[in-house]
Every structure is written in structure tokens, then in C-alpha cells.
Design a protein around this ligand. Structure first.
Ligand code: ADP
Ligand code: MG
Length: 593
């Protein structure tokens, strides 16, 4: 065979290959999933680029993936008609680790102290192309980019520190476009060249790939064939009076080989929601977003009329790790498709408000142009409508969790994503009505379990007009605030806002069900128990005392007043009606320091 030019792998690649082989040896079959996912990515890329460069499709071949097996020789061939690779891309992609999925895996492996738990990582990360060395002793990648007029061959062996690249010269191997991987399986792994096994693995791992995957399968059909008559029987027939001769037939199975469509190939969002099971939705979520935990909830819907689109949305079961996520979400949460063509997962901000960035999903529109860009999205009326509907559906889904029989679900949700909704109170006035019923707080009557605003309102006294709250840094310090005394005495419930963002969120809401939020630490709190006669007497009695205290404290306080808000404490420091609350001041101080 022609010799190619020799290249050394980047050091990380060799290390990665070692790691993969050592940690995934008991799960070798993942190689097929990885290679199919690469083929599918390559087809996606081609389809996307061809929107603006239709000449890329000039070799009219179908967009598909074909897997052929040679059981006797232990060879598996995977061919896609995707974007292929140029010579330089072969070096960049298959000789270095620049690619996200693989790099992430490497980092996770490094982070996981317990080497024995590596198996759990498989579900979380794509381990990539090199996983093919789990089962192959030699891999040949022959690839033709539509941007190059030459086809190149990359060739590598297991446990080697280098690979070669040469031009494809064998006319038999030429393909119009795309990539063909030939795996020469290790002796013990030749079982993967069994067509039935491949079929099973494809069904299992790649049911959501949105291009057809064909595998080369032996098929059969039955047919009737005439058989020679037994001579003795024939004689009997002759003796019989009938003149017409009956011919004998027999059923046989005719065998042949052909391409078999092996995957579903119907994107889940195009299917009828009634026919998709929860397991299928969850599987789709895990495969699509590289998640290993089941989502908390999902919602599949179609909208028609003014704007037509289909979508499946999910609420994950845990918040993304990393501090800056909430304010600067970098998560690729929403995958946008136009007429089933994957466009981008980088348009979250346009399709969803930032505070809902934790929701994941796919959106497929028939109304957007295929060459849609961020600029187009930002100005599109269609997108504004889509965004509105998506947000509404997301809230319905969250409301669904809050009404679930299983109380723990919403507790889990609130733990993970409560902060996001509070941010929504600040950023999305228009949806206050949807956000407010989802909020949860501790209160003077429920210090252990959080309550909703609806529960608060239900528990209000007949004469009570407002929703009372106090902001503090913990339930313990809220409980011991002197402002509470009179309210507790009158059995009025007070919300404890113990998360720094709570107070700002509530102030943005202003009211809930026509009841104003009232900070009990502000002066002039009216809890409906004024006794003017008595106040007059007290004011006369203590007026001079107040003046004296004010003189002593000078500018440190704005004023000293008689109050009816305390029952056992002698005095209390309150914030002015138009000033910041003590908690806010604490907050602002902590931000300027
Ligand atoms: P990842 O898929 O996470 O990027 P892989 O190790 O699976 O990492 O693949 C590395 C890179 O090799 C891909 O990003 C892609 O550029 C290239 N590649 C792999 N397989 C194909 C293919 N079938 N067609 C075109 N490019 C491919
Ligand atoms: Mg990959």
C-alpha cells in the first residue's frame, strides 16, 4: 500500500487514548455511538453550510449514514455523505484535541479522583473519535471535503504515537463527498462486525439521529417454487381421470443482502405527543444535551396559526454548575431548527429571556429563513411571537411541577432554580403574573417549610390588607427582629426574605392579588390597630424624652418618634419610609466593598 506522510499526535491525544482504553474497556460498544454522532454532525454541518453555499451539494448524493460489516474479516465500514475533511482538517481534528466534547471528557476524568467511577462519565461526555481504538487495531479514514478536489486518507494504529496521511489513489475507494471510516477490529472484538449486533446497537444508541442510518443486512423473502413430482405420485395421477396435471409447489426462503433503514429518523418533535412515552422524551433529552440525569419535566407542543413551530422543552433536575451561569448564562440551552435543519444552539438570548436560561429544549420553525442569523432573529416579529409562546409554555411546565403530587419535585426545582425566577421578577415585568405564584418563602408561621404566596393570602386575617415581610440574612435573625413582636401578637403572618435577592424581587412585584408587599421594618407601618386617644397621651408624656434622645444622637438618626409597633422591646431602629431597608443597605455595602 502507498505510504503516507508521518505525523506525531499531540501529547494530549496519546494520553486521552490511554485513558479511554483504560477506563472504558468494559463499555467498548460506545465507539459506534461516537462515530455515528460524528457522521451526523458532519451531515448537519453540510446541510447548514449548503444554505448559503448550495454548490457544496453539487455531487447529488443523499444525506445519510451507511454501515457495512465484513464478519469474516472483522471489518466495519461507516460512511457518511457529510462535510468531510480537507488535509489540514484531518491534522487539526484527528491529531489534536481542540474539540469541545473530548476536551470536556478529559477534564472530567482529571477531576474525578476516584478512577473507579470513570464509567459514570461515559453518559455525560462524548468521548469522541478515539474511542474507535477501543475495538480497532487499525483505522483508515478516507475523506473528501467538497472544498477540496482531492480525497485524503488518514491511517492510525492502536498504541501508536503517530499516524499517516496520504492522498487516496485507489479509484475503487473514491467517494463523491463525505467520510468513510474503516475499522480493522482487534482479534477479540471481531464480534462487532456482526450485522445483527450492529443493528441492535444502532437502534439502541442512535434512535434520535435525524439522518437515515442504513446497515447492510441479510434479508429474505419467501416464494413458491415448482418441484419435480415424485414418479410414484405421477403415475397415480396418470391413472386418475382428470386430464389436467396438478403441479406441485414448495415454499422456500430466498436470501439476499441489502441496505436496511435501521433508525427512526423521525425527529421526536415531529411525532404525535400522544405516541411518545416519557422514557423516549427523557432519552432524547439525555442524548441531545449530553445529560446523564433525567429531566424534572418536559413539555411537547405545536403552535399553529400566526406562527408555526414545534418544540420540546425540559426542566433539568439540577442547576448547571459554575457561578456566573445565572447572570451570564453560557449554556447552549435551545437548539434551533428551521424546517428540521439544525441551525444553531447559540441563539438562547433571542429565543428565551436570560433568567429562563436553565430551561433546555429544541425549537423547529417553518417560518424562519434557513440562513437565519442573530441579527435576523433580533428583528423578527416571528421570533418575538415564538419567544412569548415558549416562555408561556415554560411557565406552564414549571407550574405543572409545582402542582405535582410529589412535593419533593418542586422543592428540588426551587432549590435549583428559585434564584432564576426571582431574577425574572426583576427582569420581566410582563410575566409577573406567571412568576409570582411560583415563588416560595419561609414565614413566621412556617419556618421549616416554604410557602407560596397563595398560601400566604389564604392565611390572611379578614381585616388584613397587606402582605408583610421582613428581610434578614437568616430565618433565625428574622425571627428575633423586634419589628415582629406586634404582628406576632396579633397572629399576622410575616414572610421571611432570607435570600439577598428576595427583597429586590418582592419590591419589583409590588403586589400580589391586589395586596401590597409591606416591609415591616419601615416606619409608619399600619397594622390597623391605631388608638389615637392613647397615642396622644403617650406622645405628651414622652415628647421631651424623644427630643432629648434626638439631640444626643444628632445626625446619626433622621428622627426619634413614639411608636406603637413594639410590645416588649423598649426601642427599635427603623428605616425611613423612602430610604433603603437595613437589609438593602447591607447588600449594597457588600457590593461596593
Ligand atoms: P467532537 O465530535 O466532540 O468534536 P471527536 O473526537 O468525535 O470530537 O471528533 C473530532 C473532530 O473530527 C470533529 O469535531 C470533526 O471536526 C472531525 N470529524 C470526526 N468525524 C468526522 C466525520 N465523519 N466527518 C467530518 N469530520 C469528522
Ligand atoms: Mg464526536
Amino acid at each position: 500500500p502507498p505510504v503516507g506522510e508521518k505525523y506525531e499526535y499531540q501529547a494530549e491525544v496519546s494520553r486521552l487514548m490511554d485513558l479511554i482504553v483504560n477506563s472504558l474497556y468494559s463499555n467498548k460498544e460506545v465507539f459506534l455511538r461516537e462515530l455515528i454522532s460524528n457522521a451526523s454532525d458532519a451531515l448537519d454541518k453540510l446541510r447548514f453550510l449548503s444554505v448559503t453555499e448550495p454548490e457544496l451539494l453539487k455531487d447529488a448524493v443523499d444525506l445519510d449514514i451507511r454501515i457495512q460489516t465484513d464478519k469474516d474479516n472483522g471489518i466495519v465500514t461507516i460512511t457518511d455523505s457529510g462535510i468531510g475533511m480537507t488535509r489540514q482538517e484531518l491534522i487539526d481534528c484527528l491529531g489534536t484535541i481542540a474539540q469541545s466534547g473530548t476536551a470536556k471528557f478529559l477534564k472530567a476524568l482529571k477531576d474525578s479522583k476516584d478512577a473507579g467511577s470513570d464509567n459514570n462519565l461515559i453518559g455525560q461526555f462524548g468521548v469522541g473519535f478515539y474511542s474507535a481504538f477501543l475495538v480497532s487495531e487499525r483505522i483508515v479514514v478516507s475523506t473528501k471535503s467538497p472544498r477540496s478536489d482531492k480525497q485524503y486518507v488518514w491511517e492510525g494504529e492502536a498504541n501508536a504515537s503517530s499516524y499517516t496521511i496520504r492522498e487516496e489513489t485507489d479509484p475503487q475507494n473514491l467517494i463523491p463527498r463525505g467520510t468513510r471510516l474503516t475499522l480493522y477490529l482487534k482479534r477479540d472484538d471481531k464480534g462487532f462486525a456482526d450485522p445483527e449486533r450492529v443493528q441492535k446497537l444502532v437502534k439502541n444508541y442512535s434512535q434520535f439521529v435525524s439522518f437515515p442510518i442504513y446497515s447492510w443486512q441479510e434479508k429474505g423473502y419467501t416464494k413458491e417454487v415448482e418441484v419435480d413430482e415424485d414418479p410414484a405420485e405421477a403415475k397415480k395421477d396418470e391413472q386418475s381421470a382428470t386430464s389436467e396435471k396438478k403441479k406441485k409447489t414448495k415454499t422456500v426462503v430466498e436470501r439476499y443482502w441489502d441496505w436496511d433503514l435501521t433508525n427512526e429518523n423521525q425527529p421526536i418533535w415531529l411525532r404525535n405527543p400522544k405516541e411518545v412515552s416519557t422514557e423516549e422524551y427523557n432519552e432524547f433529552y439525555k442524548k441531545t444535551f449530553n445529560e446523564y440525569l433525567e429531566p424534572l419535566a418536559s413539555s411537547h407542543f405545536t403552535t399553529e396559526g400566526e406562527v408555526e413551530f414545534r418544540s420540546v422543552l425540559y426542566v433539568p433536575s439540577i442547576a448547571p454548575s459554575g457561578k456566573d451561569d445565572i447572570v451570564n448564562p453560557k449554556t447552549k440551552s435551545i437548539r434551533l431548527y428551521v424546517k428540521r435543519v439544525f441551525i444553531s444552539d447559540d441563539f438562547d438570548g433571542e429565543l428565551f429571556p436570560r433568567y429562563l436560561s436553565f430551561v433546555k429544549g429544541v425549537v423547529d420553525s417553518n417560518d424562519l429563513p434557513l440562513n437565519v442569523s442573530r441579527e435576523i432573529l433580533q428583528e423578527s416579529r416571528i421570533v418575538r411571537i415564538m419567544r412569548k409562546r415558549l416562555v408561556r409554555k415554560a411557565f406552564d411546565m414549571i407550574l405543572g411541577i409545582s402542582m405535582s403530587e410529589n412535593k419533593e419535585d418542586y422543592e428540588k426545582f426551587w432549590d435549583n432554580f428559585g434564584k432564576y425566577l426571582k431574577l425574572g421578577c426583576i427582569e420581566d415585568r410582563e410575566n409577573h403574573k406567571r412568576i409570582a405564584p411560583l415563588l416560595r418563602f419561609f414565614s413566621s408561621q412556617s419556618e421549616e417549610e416554604m410557602i407560596s404566596l397563595d398560601e400566604y393570602v389564604e392565611n390572611m386575617k379578614p381585616e388584613q390588607k397587606d402582605i408583610y415581610y421582613i428581610a434578614a440574612d437568616s430565618v433565625t435573625s428574622a425571627r428575633s427582629a423586634p419589628f415582629l413582636e406586634r404582628l406576632l401578637q396579633k397572629d399576622l403572618e410575616v414572610l421571611y426574605l432570607v435570600d439577598p435577592i428576595d427583597e429586590v424581587a418582592v419590591q419589583n412585584l409590588k403586589s400580589y392579588k391586589d395586596k401590597n408587599f409591606v416591609d415591616i421594618s419601615k416606619e409608619d407601618l399600619d397594622i390597623g390597630d391605631k388608638n389615637e386617644e392613647k397615642e396622644k397621651v403617650i406622645k405628651q408624656e414622652f415628647g421631651q424624652t424623644c427630643d432629648w434622645i434626638k439631640k444626643r444622637l444628632g445626625d446619626k438618626v433622621a428622627s426619634v418618634q413614639i411608636s406603637n409597633r413594639l410590645s416588649s422591646s423598649p426601642c427599635v431602629l427603623v428605616a425611613g419610609k423612602f430610604g433603603y431597608s437595613a437589609n438593602m443597605e447591607r447588600l449594597m455595602k457588600s457590593q461596593t466593598v
